[in-house]
Design a binder for this molecule. Structure first.
Ligand code: PEP
Length: 254
Protein backbone atom coordinates (compact mmCIF):
# COMPACT_ATOMS: atom_id res chain seq x y z
CA UNK A 1 0.00 0.00 0.00
CA UNK A 2 1.46 3.35 -0.98
CA UNK A 3 1.62 6.11 1.62
CA UNK A 4 -1.13 8.73 1.86
CA UNK A 5 0.34 12.18 2.43
CA UNK A 6 -1.11 15.64 2.94
CA UNK A 7 1.60 18.29 2.74
CA UNK A 8 1.10 21.95 3.53
CA UNK A 9 3.07 24.58 1.65
CA UNK A 10 3.22 27.78 3.68
CA UNK A 11 5.07 29.60 0.87
CA UNK A 12 6.52 32.98 2.02
CA UNK A 13 4.07 33.39 4.90
CA UNK A 14 4.37 33.40 8.70
CA UNK A 15 7.08 35.23 10.60
CA UNK A 16 8.98 33.20 13.16
CA UNK A 17 6.49 33.51 16.04
CA UNK A 18 3.42 33.18 13.84
CA UNK A 19 4.85 29.98 12.39
CA UNK A 20 5.49 28.52 15.82
CA UNK A 21 1.95 29.32 16.92
CA UNK A 22 0.38 27.83 13.79
CA UNK A 23 2.47 24.69 13.97
CA UNK A 24 1.70 24.18 17.66
CA UNK A 25 -2.00 24.19 16.80
CA UNK A 26 -1.45 21.76 13.93
CA UNK A 27 0.67 19.41 16.05
CA UNK A 28 -1.95 19.30 18.81
CA UNK A 29 -4.72 18.60 16.32
CA UNK A 30 -2.68 15.86 14.66
CA UNK A 31 -2.13 14.25 18.08
CA UNK A 32 -5.81 14.40 18.95
CA UNK A 33 -7.50 13.75 15.66
CA UNK A 34 -5.48 11.61 13.27
CA UNK A 35 -6.48 8.00 13.51
CA UNK A 36 -5.35 6.64 10.15
CA UNK A 37 -1.97 5.78 8.66
CA UNK A 38 -1.63 9.04 6.73
CA UNK A 39 1.36 11.38 7.03
CA UNK A 40 0.99 15.13 7.49
CA UNK A 41 3.92 17.24 6.31
CA UNK A 42 4.40 20.95 6.94
CA UNK A 43 6.67 22.64 4.39
CA UNK A 44 7.64 25.92 6.02
CA UNK A 45 10.12 28.73 5.32
CA UNK A 46 13.77 27.95 6.17
CA UNK A 47 13.64 30.05 9.35
CA UNK A 48 11.15 27.65 10.95
CA UNK A 49 12.73 24.33 10.01
CA UNK A 50 14.73 23.66 13.15
CA UNK A 51 12.15 24.83 15.68
CA UNK A 52 9.26 23.02 14.01
CA UNK A 53 11.35 19.85 13.72
CA UNK A 54 11.92 20.00 17.47
CA UNK A 55 8.20 20.46 18.12
CA UNK A 56 7.37 17.64 15.69
CA UNK A 57 9.62 15.18 17.48
CA UNK A 58 6.99 14.06 19.94
CA UNK A 59 4.21 13.86 17.38
CA UNK A 60 3.79 10.78 15.31
CA UNK A 61 2.30 11.44 11.84
CA UNK A 62 3.65 14.94 11.31
CA UNK A 63 6.93 15.75 9.61
CA UNK A 64 8.65 18.91 8.43
CA UNK A 65 9.82 19.91 4.97
CA UNK A 66 11.51 22.80 3.21
CA UNK A 67 10.18 24.45 0.07
CA UNK A 68 13.42 24.51 -1.90
CA UNK A 69 17.11 23.69 -1.65
CA UNK A 70 20.25 24.42 -3.64
CA UNK A 71 21.63 21.77 -5.95
CA UNK A 72 25.17 21.92 -4.54
CA UNK A 73 26.18 20.60 -1.13
CA UNK A 74 28.16 23.68 -0.08
CA UNK A 75 30.20 26.52 -1.52
CA UNK A 76 30.20 30.16 -2.55
CA UNK A 77 26.48 30.55 -3.24
CA UNK A 78 25.57 33.52 -1.10
CA UNK A 79 22.10 33.36 0.36
CA UNK A 80 21.43 29.76 -0.61
CA UNK A 81 20.58 26.74 1.55
CA UNK A 82 21.75 23.23 0.66
CA UNK A 83 19.83 19.98 1.08
CA UNK A 84 22.42 18.91 3.65
CA UNK A 85 21.67 22.04 5.70
CA UNK A 86 17.94 21.38 5.47
CA UNK A 87 18.47 17.81 6.60
CA UNK A 88 20.57 18.96 9.56
CA UNK A 89 17.56 20.86 10.97
CA UNK A 90 15.59 17.64 11.37
CA UNK A 91 13.43 18.14 8.27
CA UNK A 92 12.59 15.06 6.24
CA UNK A 93 11.05 16.45 3.04
CA UNK A 94 11.71 19.19 0.50
CA UNK A 95 9.46 20.56 -2.23
CA UNK A 96 11.32 20.66 -5.54
CA UNK A 97 10.07 22.37 -8.70
CA UNK A 98 7.02 24.17 -7.38
CA UNK A 99 5.51 26.15 -10.26
CA UNK A 100 6.36 29.40 -8.45
CA UNK A 101 10.03 28.38 -8.47
CA UNK A 102 9.77 27.49 -12.15
CA UNK A 103 7.94 30.72 -13.01
CA UNK A 104 9.63 33.37 -10.84
CA UNK A 105 13.11 31.90 -10.43
CA UNK A 106 13.58 30.34 -13.85
CA UNK A 107 14.07 26.81 -12.51
CA UNK A 108 13.96 24.37 -15.42
CA UNK A 109 13.75 20.58 -15.56
CA UNK A 110 17.55 20.14 -15.79
CA UNK A 111 18.20 22.23 -12.68
CA UNK A 112 15.34 20.50 -10.86
CA UNK A 113 16.82 17.10 -11.68
CA UNK A 114 20.03 18.24 -9.95
CA UNK A 115 18.06 19.50 -6.95
CA UNK A 116 16.15 16.22 -6.65
CA UNK A 117 19.42 14.31 -6.72
CA UNK A 118 20.95 16.65 -4.13
CA UNK A 119 17.93 16.16 -1.85
CA UNK A 120 18.18 12.38 -2.15
CA UNK A 121 21.93 12.46 -1.50
CA UNK A 122 21.12 14.17 1.81
CA UNK A 123 18.38 11.65 2.62
CA UNK A 124 15.56 14.14 2.11
CA UNK A 125 12.41 12.99 0.35
CA UNK A 126 11.68 15.29 -2.60
CA UNK A 127 8.07 16.32 -3.21
CA UNK A 128 8.61 16.90 -6.90
CA UNK A 129 6.03 19.17 -8.56
CA UNK A 130 4.83 18.95 -12.15
CA UNK A 131 1.88 20.47 -13.96
CA UNK A 132 0.78 22.41 -16.99
CA UNK A 133 -0.08 26.09 -17.45
CA UNK A 134 -3.52 27.26 -18.56
CA UNK A 135 -2.19 27.81 -22.09
CA UNK A 136 -0.82 24.27 -22.21
CA UNK A 137 -4.14 22.88 -20.98
CA UNK A 138 -6.08 24.88 -23.56
CA UNK A 139 -3.84 23.96 -26.49
CA UNK A 140 -3.95 20.29 -25.47
CA UNK A 141 -0.19 19.93 -25.03
CA UNK A 142 -0.47 19.04 -21.32
CA UNK A 143 0.25 15.34 -21.61
CA UNK A 144 3.48 16.13 -23.50
CA UNK A 145 4.43 18.82 -20.98
CA UNK A 146 3.99 16.45 -18.05
CA UNK A 147 5.80 13.62 -19.82
CA UNK A 148 8.77 15.94 -20.45
CA UNK A 149 8.79 17.23 -16.85
CA UNK A 150 8.92 13.63 -15.61
CA UNK A 151 11.51 12.48 -18.14
CA UNK A 152 13.89 15.39 -17.62
CA UNK A 153 13.15 15.99 -13.94
CA UNK A 154 13.04 12.59 -12.23
CA UNK A 155 13.28 9.68 -14.65
CA UNK A 156 17.07 9.93 -14.67
CA UNK A 157 17.04 8.67 -11.07
CA UNK A 158 17.76 5.04 -10.32
CA UNK A 159 14.84 2.88 -9.23
CA UNK A 160 15.91 2.95 -5.59
CA UNK A 161 16.33 6.74 -5.67
CA UNK A 162 12.95 7.18 -7.35
CA UNK A 163 11.32 5.06 -4.65
CA UNK A 164 11.99 7.96 -2.24
CA UNK A 165 10.26 10.55 -4.45
CA UNK A 166 6.73 11.87 -3.93
CA UNK A 167 5.20 13.45 -7.00
CA UNK A 168 2.75 16.34 -6.86
CA UNK A 169 0.56 17.10 -9.86
CA UNK A 170 -0.27 20.78 -9.65
CA UNK A 171 -1.99 22.34 -12.65
CA UNK A 172 -0.61 25.88 -12.60
CA UNK A 173 -4.04 27.30 -13.47
CA UNK A 174 -5.43 25.83 -10.23
CA UNK A 175 -2.76 27.12 -7.82
CA UNK A 176 -4.02 29.92 -5.61
CA UNK A 177 -6.84 30.69 -8.04
CA UNK A 178 -9.74 29.00 -6.28
CA UNK A 179 -10.19 27.02 -9.51
CA UNK A 180 -9.70 23.34 -8.72
CA UNK A 181 -9.23 20.64 -11.33
CA UNK A 182 -12.29 18.41 -11.29
CA UNK A 183 -11.80 15.02 -9.70
CA UNK A 184 -12.04 13.49 -13.20
CA UNK A 185 -9.45 15.88 -14.68
CA UNK A 186 -7.05 15.20 -11.82
CA UNK A 187 -7.58 11.43 -11.90
CA UNK A 188 -6.94 11.38 -15.66
CA UNK A 189 -3.53 12.99 -15.20
CA UNK A 190 -2.63 10.94 -12.13
CA UNK A 191 -3.37 7.73 -14.02
CA UNK A 192 -1.27 9.03 -16.92
CA UNK A 193 1.62 9.81 -14.56
CA UNK A 194 1.42 6.36 -12.98
CA UNK A 195 1.48 4.80 -16.41
CA UNK A 196 4.56 6.83 -17.38
CA UNK A 197 6.28 5.59 -14.21
CA UNK A 198 5.41 2.00 -15.09
CA UNK A 199 6.85 2.46 -18.58
CA UNK A 200 10.04 4.09 -17.32
CA UNK A 201 10.60 1.81 -14.30
CA UNK A 202 8.06 -0.98 -13.80
CA UNK A 203 4.52 -1.58 -12.56
CA UNK A 204 5.58 -2.23 -8.98
CA UNK A 205 7.39 1.11 -8.75
CA UNK A 206 4.36 2.83 -10.30
CA UNK A 207 1.97 1.19 -7.84
CA UNK A 208 4.16 2.23 -4.90
CA UNK A 209 4.58 5.91 -5.87
CA UNK A 210 2.61 8.48 -3.89
CA UNK A 211 1.14 11.08 -6.24
CA UNK A 212 -0.38 14.18 -4.64
CA UNK A 213 -2.84 16.62 -6.17
CA UNK A 214 -2.33 20.35 -5.59
CA UNK A 215 -4.31 23.40 -6.66
CA UNK A 216 -6.99 25.13 -4.55
CA UNK A 217 -7.59 22.00 -2.53
CA UNK A 218 -9.79 22.64 0.53
CA UNK A 219 -11.82 20.68 3.10
CA UNK A 220 -14.85 20.71 0.78
CA UNK A 221 -13.27 19.33 -2.39
CA UNK A 222 -10.60 17.10 -0.82
CA UNK A 223 -12.88 14.09 -0.12
CA UNK A 224 -13.87 13.73 -3.78
CA UNK A 225 -10.33 14.31 -5.05
CA UNK A 226 -8.74 11.89 -2.57
CA UNK A 227 -11.34 9.22 -3.38
CA UNK A 228 -9.86 8.87 -6.88
CA UNK A 229 -7.86 5.67 -7.28
CA UNK A 230 -4.61 7.37 -8.32
CA UNK A 231 -4.72 10.40 -6.00
CA UNK A 232 -2.80 9.66 -2.81
CA UNK A 233 -3.17 12.97 -1.02
CA UNK A 234 -2.59 16.66 -1.54
CA UNK A 235 -0.15 19.53 -1.61
CA UNK A 236 -2.03 22.34 0.07
CA UNK A 237 -1.16 26.04 -0.20
CA UNK A 238 -3.70 28.57 1.11
CA UNK A 239 -5.69 26.12 3.22
CA UNK A 240 -2.54 24.97 5.05
CA UNK A 241 -2.30 28.36 6.75
CA UNK A 242 -5.47 27.64 8.72
CA UNK A 243 -4.97 24.84 11.19
CA UNK A 244 -8.62 23.75 11.14
CA UNK A 245 -8.80 23.60 7.35
CA UNK A 246 -5.47 21.81 7.04
CA UNK A 247 -6.44 19.20 9.62
CA UNK A 248 -9.81 18.63 8.02
CA UNK A 249 -7.98 17.85 4.76
CA UNK A 250 -5.53 15.51 6.53
CA UNK A 251 -8.48 13.81 8.23
CA UNK A 252 -10.00 12.77 4.92
CA UNK A 253 -7.76 9.68 5.26
CA UNK A 254 -8.92 8.81 8.82
C1 PEP B 1 0.57 25.18 -3.72
O1 PEP B 1 1.12 26.21 -3.35
O2 PEP B 1 1.25 24.17 -3.96
C2 PEP B 1 -0.88 25.17 -3.85
C3 PEP B 1 -1.47 24.10 -4.29
O3 PEP B 1 -1.54 26.32 -3.49
P1 PEP B 1 -3.12 26.50 -3.27
O4 PEP B 1 -3.61 25.32 -2.47
O5 PEP B 1 -3.28 27.78 -2.54
O6 PEP B 1 -3.75 26.52 -4.63
Amino acid sequence: MRKKIVAGNWKMNMDYNEGLALFSEIANMVKDEITGQQQAVVCCPFIHLYSLSQLAKGVDKVAIGAQNCHQKESGAYTGEISAKMVKSTGAAYVIIGHSERRQYFGEDNQLLAEKAEAALNSSLKPIFCIGETLEERENDSYFDVIRTQLKEGVFGLTESQFAQVILAYEPVWAIGTGKTASAEQAQEIHAFIRNEIAENYNQQVADDTTILYGGSCNPKNAPELFAQPDIDGGLIGGASLKSRDFLDIVKVFN
